[in-house]
Write a protein that binds this ligand. Sequence first.
Ligand code: IDP
Ligand code: MG
Length: 151
Amino acid sequence: MQRTLIIFKPDCVQRRLVGSILQRFEAKGLRLVALKLIKVDRALGEKHYAEHKGKPFFEGLISFITASPVVVGVLEGNEAIAVVRTMLGATNGAAAAPGTIRGDYSISKQNNLVHGSDSPESAEREIALWFNPAELADYTIEGESWVSAGS
Ligand code: IDP
Ligand code: MG
């Protein structure tokens, strides 16, 4: 089992798409470990996107992510990191394949609705950045084997 961080970005909250997209992750078989709505301050936004500091789109990205609340969560499941990235599709919504989240709902490079961690190292760093250990719930879902057996 693997954990990954997801962020429903400000455009997703403003467009009232959080529920529809969360439903896709749940239906896939991913399990919620944590979920909260917060207003991101500049320091947190800059830490989260530290790898992009200095790029031409960085300032715009920080303005975007701090403009309105986000819903941030942790999902768990078999190969959760790759599964979420595949479901998100390409970064640029205009180029993302139909059937992916960005392909179905986004036509923008920046406003692409949802973030997903891109590697186990990123997931570990990002989960620790956004959540206290006490916010991550340990529990079992009855009938989990009907979803994950053989994985
Ligand atoms: P990812 O979210 O698919 O991993 P990254 O390249 O890590 O994409 O970029 C992080 C975020 O920065 C993107 O999700 C998007 O919101 C924004 N972004 C990336 N490239 C551009 C760009 O060229 N223009 C504007 N925003 C961008
Ligand atoms: Mg990235």
